[in-house]
Write a protein that binds this ligand. Structure first.
Ligand SMILES: [Zn+2]
Length: 508
């Protein structure tokens, strides 16, 4: 996705009510390097659990929220940062004591009353008010007619809750939702308790697997929960707009068959449950997407799913495969996004061709599609960067999607299908419930295949020109002709537009 980003004014704002306002702002906290989003992430601690409590008021459309963050210090801390934007912060406590908090740009810097020792476990509690209607594009809240959903990828989860908003710091989640009883509230993970009193229903969801902040889903609105069984007894759960349940059922009923197909390729489903939430507003005002792989509950545009199977099934497979690549294994940094999107498109396309459906370009085999994609290689490397070298502006380009597929295809051509399948399963088994980077994939590929593939894969992933395709010496790359731009710098003739996430994956 490419969002016009939500930004607050950059002025220093003291936000915490019970705080010592004369204290100077603590020194800036340095962030771990992510070249795509260099300001995200915070040094000095590792989050182990988030406990989120949201009370939604349908009259004001506001949320009274509390997040309780359990973390382990990896340094001695007199102050630490959280990524946060848009929240109206009310109180901040660390280990039960009021703390000083300073909001600057998208960082909430917290100075605890008592210094935290290196290695110590500590609990930070932030209470705040959230407004899902943030009247600007690019918020992680997806505002709907009847409530809201959440779409935090890639760098927007911290507009939903203060957090360490990097995919490498995965944590357990407990989510409490308190909503009017006429509405339904569902979150990532599985339902543990629910109770109703005075026309309000309170539910608690628990994630059984560690989850990246960007993958959290919380949806509130006029929904019905529909359960079904997967091919090996998996618990499937769709959250369906009540008024559109019958219309959407043909699409939702495809999941068990799709799951059976992908489990033959990649092994057992890796998470506690799976399902789809087609949201109740076709075109939310602040979000542009077709599908988004929020963990255990994929967000979808309802209108997309009321199309014939041949039109939607490879996109549904793409989102399902993200349960393995993207969710169970999350990217270490956003430069590793091709691991998510390349794999999701690779299996989405394989599924399409096995079913005999032509793709969006009319091709009916992977080889034909890859020959076409190969021809674009140098152009894409010029306009979108190498496959594993995106910028924030090129992150959601085709280069991360079918460009990533091309890398996987080249590897399969080089080492053979049997070895490739072992690489895939070995990589997944080693990094499930963790995060992994491009170099991890290269290392596993070399180890499993028994060949040193370092130079081969680095050329494919980081090179500025397209390498030769193994087994296809007749394939050619369309030359790129630079032409002088008006400014005197070089621009590229017929450069493709930068496609948003869903447009790219919809090109399956
Ligand atoms: Zn995707």
């Amino acid at each position: 996705m490419i969002h016009p980003r939500y930004r607050v004014a950059t002025a220093l704002v003291l936000v915490s009510a019970s705080l010592c306002l004369t204290a100077p702002a603590p020194a800036a906290i340095s962030s771990p390097a992510d070249t795509v989003f260099p300001t995200l992430g915070n040094a000095g601690y590792d989050v182990t659990a988030y406990d989120l409590d949201l009370v939604y008021h349908d009259d004001t459309r506001l949320i009274d929220a509390t997040v309780r963050i359990t973390a382990r210090a990896t340094d001695r801390l007199t102050a630490f940062g959280l990524d946060s934007v848009g929240a109206q912060v009310e109180t901040v406590e660390v280990n039960g004591q009021p703390a000083t908090a300073t909001q600057r740009e998208e960082k909430l810097t917290i100075a605890p009353a008592t210094r935290i020792a290196n290695g110590a476990r500590f609990v930070t509690r932030v209470s705040y008010t959230a407004d899902p209607r943030m009247d600007v594009p690019g918020s992680g809240w997806v505002y709907t007619d009847d409530g809201f959903a959440v779409g935090g990828q890639p760098d927007l989860a911290h507009s939903v809750f203060p957090c360490n908003d990097v995919p490498s710091d995965k944590a357990r989640f407990v989510i409490h939702l308190d909503v009017p009883s006429r509405l339904t509230g569902v979150a990532s993970g599985t339902l543990r308790t629910t109770s109703t009193a005075a026309d309000r229903t309170r539910s608690t969801y628990v994630s059984e697997h560690p989850m990246a902040t960007e993958l959290l889903q919380i949806v509130v609105g006029e929904y019905t929960v529909v359960t079904r069984k997967g091919p090996h007894g998996e618990k499937l759960r769709d959250v369906v707009p009540t008024a559109k349940a019958a219309q959407l059922e043909p699409a939702l009923a495809l999941t068990p068959g799709q799951l059976a197909w992908v489990e033959k390729k990649l092994g057992p489903f890796p998470l506690e449950t799976y399902g789809i939430v087609p949201i109740n507003t076709d075109v939310p005002p602040n979000f542009d997407f077709t599908g988004l792989e929020t963990q255990t509950l994929t967000l979808y545009r309802s209108t997309y799913l009321v199309q014939p199977e041949a039109k939607i099934a490879s996109h549904m497979m793409h989102e399902l495969v993200h349960s393995w690549f993207g969710n169970s294994v999350t990217p270490r940094t956003w430069s590793d996004l091709w691991i998510n999107e390349g794999h999701a498109d690779f299996y989405g396309l394989l599924y399409r061709y096995e079913k005999g459906w032509a793709d969006s370009r009319g091709y009916t085999t992977m080889a034909d599609r890859m020959r076409y994609t190969y021809a674009q290689g140098d152009l894409w490397r010029s306009t979108s960067g190498p496959v594993a070298v995106p910028t924030a502006a090129t992150l959601w380009d085709n280069q991360r999607y079918t460009g990533g597929v091309l890398v996987l295809y080249a590897l399969r051509e080089k080492i053979g299908e049997e070895a490739f399948n072992r690489v895939e399963r070995t990589f997944f088994a080693k990094y499930r419930d963790r995060s992994a980077g491009t170099e991890d994939y290269i290392r596993i590929a070399s180890k499993v295949s028994g060949q040193d593939l370092t130079a081969f894969l680095r050329d494919w992933l980081y090179g500025t020109t397209t390498p030769a395709m193994p087994g296809h010496p007749d394939w050619t790359v369309t030359p790129v002709t630079p032409t002088p731009s008006a400014s005197g710098a070089f621009s590229l003739f017929s450069a493709p537009p930068s496609l948003p996430h869903d447009a790219a994956s919809a090109t399956l």
